[in-house]
Design a protein around this ligand. Structure first.
Ligand code: GLU
Length: 507
């Protein structure tokens, strides 16, 4: 019977996860006593904690606040039955709230066959730091459903998603004011619109119901530019890095962004948009794309759009003829390049392969792609790393814009666009009159246009990513105890969060 089998599997998975953590804790304390550490001893959340502790070590912060800051505020596990093809299946999901110093708590929900509570807690913590780094006034949260979406039809996914949403709403883990999910690995616009619709049916009196999730389709209350936001943010981060020649030189890189050879791991939503923008708009060369089933390599550059189309049609990169294919994808991370962008999952660069990474700069587009100990190895090697909690914050930044749009019930630019256009038109005419020359139609149009929603979103995102980089850089350059951007970013985050604890007090 599927019902019995499924819940037995779930139970087993939970026992394995608990055992793993117990085992990890034990090994850590043993290793600490023996003065040594090994990679297998750290779970994802422990790895994140270690990185944060490194930052806490260089600043003076009350010990109580430091431990309040690190601990996960609450986490629920839900199990719910859904009838699929006449049989009942029981699904397991989690939602963790890491911090509530700002509300709502914010973060994606992933659908994955490997999800577990530790991963969800680690990702919720990353959301807290991420929001603080880019000044998005939210707490941190994350959710997951243990499922392989490839095994279910669209209608089944809808049923499961609506049932999961019901659980989250009923238990107070989803609402516009307190906890706002978004897309993550394995989820997208369609899941978000089902969630918003389910919430609306449960709370028709809530005038702000659309703000209960972000990442919705534009015609269902979403915002233009949200789908590409994380990838666009990665591009803005790298552009900003190359505006600082000292930083470029320190990373042992030469030339401008257009001169760089890049390896991209993962051509999902984030990796696809980041590679597309970096190659098509900045002229960088994507020499290698690493996917689940292998790698594609071309020294003179890959055509991202055509690979993307090929993946959509064939669900694999195998058989793509415009580049060299190798089944050993992991090898791709170790090839010679200027910039390596891990944009897939956590723990891709570990103590096992860190020593062989040749990239001068690693830009963490995924959450947690480099483990704590790999990070230590890479720091020693002199590899520059721009950390996840900053690099992939473009998604939550535009989610913040979407949330504001939903609360204000109006599209950005709607009130002033035509007014701006009229004013600009007057300036152009005045300029022509004063100079006695006529301006070309093309230039006239560019000068005249008022900003529409996508322009405003991009400008807000660009400003956010630049500003955060400058804040991180300032800390990095002005504290001699800080040797890496990750520690600087965490110093920035914990300082801001601790300030809000000390200003308001612990309640
Ligand atoms: N899932 C994305 C992240 O990990 C977006 C979160 C959000 O927009 O709330 O940052």
């Amino acid at each position: 019977m599927l019902f019995i089998k499924k819940s037995a599997i779930d139970k087993k998975l939970q026992i394995i996860a608990n055992k793993r953590h117990e085992h990890a804790d034990k090994l850590i304390s043993d290793d600490r006593e023996n003065g040594m550490m090994t990679e297998e001893t750290l779970s994802f959340s422990q790895s994140v904690d270690r990185m944060v502790e490194r930052a806490l070590d260089v600043i003076e912060i009350d010990e109580g606040i430091a431990s309040a800051l690190k601990s996960c505020n609450s986490v629920i596990q839900v199990r719910f039955p859904v009838q699929i093809k006449g049989k009942i299946e029981v699904f397991t999901g989690w939602r963790a709230v890491h911090s509530t110093h700002r509300l709502p708590a914010k973060g994606g929900i992933r659908y994955a066959p490997y999800a577990d509570q530790d991963e969800v807690e680690a990702l919720a913590a990353l959301m807290t730091y991420k929001c603080a780094i880019v000044d998005v006034p939210f707490g941190g949260s994350k959710g997951a459903l243990l499922i392989d979406p490839r095994n279910y039809s669209r209608d089944e996914m809808q049923l499961i998603t609506r049932r999961f949403t019901l659980e989250l709403v009923r238990k107070g883990f989803l609402s516009p004011a307190t906890n706002v999910p978004a897309p993550d690995v394995g989820t997208g616009q369609r899941e978000m619109s089902w969630m918003a619709d389910t919430y609306k049916h449960l709370h028709p009196e809530d005038v702000n119901y659309l703000a209960c999730v972000t990442g919705k389709p534009v015609h269902h209350g979403g915002i233009r530019g949200r789908t590409e936001a994380t990838g666009r943010g990665v591009q803005f981060v790298i552009q900003e890095f190359f505006r600082h020649p000292d930083d470029v030189q320190k990373a042992n890189l030469k030339g401008s962004l257009g001169d760089q050879k890049i390896i991209m791991q993962g051509l999902g939503n984030v990796g696809y948009y980041a590679s597309k923008f970096l190659s098509e708009e900045d002229g960088a060369t994507i020499i290698c794309v690493v996917e689940r089933d292998g790698l594609l390599y071309n020294e003179s550059g890959l055509d991202i759009e055509s690979i993307h189309q090929y993946i959509i049609e064939n669900k694999t990169i195998k058989g793509y003829t415009e580049a060299q294919f190798d089944e050993n994808g992991a090898k791709g991370l170790e090839l010679d390049c200027d910039i390596l962008i891990p944009a897939a999952l956590e723990a891709q660069i570990t103590i096992e392969n860190a020593g062989r990474i040749k990239a001068r700069l690693i830009v963490e587009a995924a959450n947690g792609p480099v483990t704590y100990q790999a990070d230590e190895v890479l720091n020693k090697k002199g590899t520059t790393i721009l950390p996840d909690a900053y690099v992939n914050a473009g998604g939550v930044t535009v989610s913040y814009f979407e949330w504001i749009r939903n609360l204000s019930h109006i599209r950005f630019g709607r009130m002033q666009r035509r007014q701006d256009e009229m004013r600009n038109q007057q300036y152009v005419s005045m300029l022509e009159e004063i100079t006695g020359t006529s301006i070309s139609e093309r230039t006239k149009n560019t000068l005249k246009d008022g900003a529409n929603e996508i322009d405003i979103v991009r400008s807000g995102l660009d400003d956010t990513m630049r500003h955060a980089y400058q804040e991180i850089r300032e800390i990095y350059l002005n504290n001699e105890k800080i040797r890496d951007y990750r520690t600087a970013a965490y110093v920035l985050a914990v300082t801001k969060i601790a300030r809000s604890y000390t200003d308001i007090g612990i309640y």
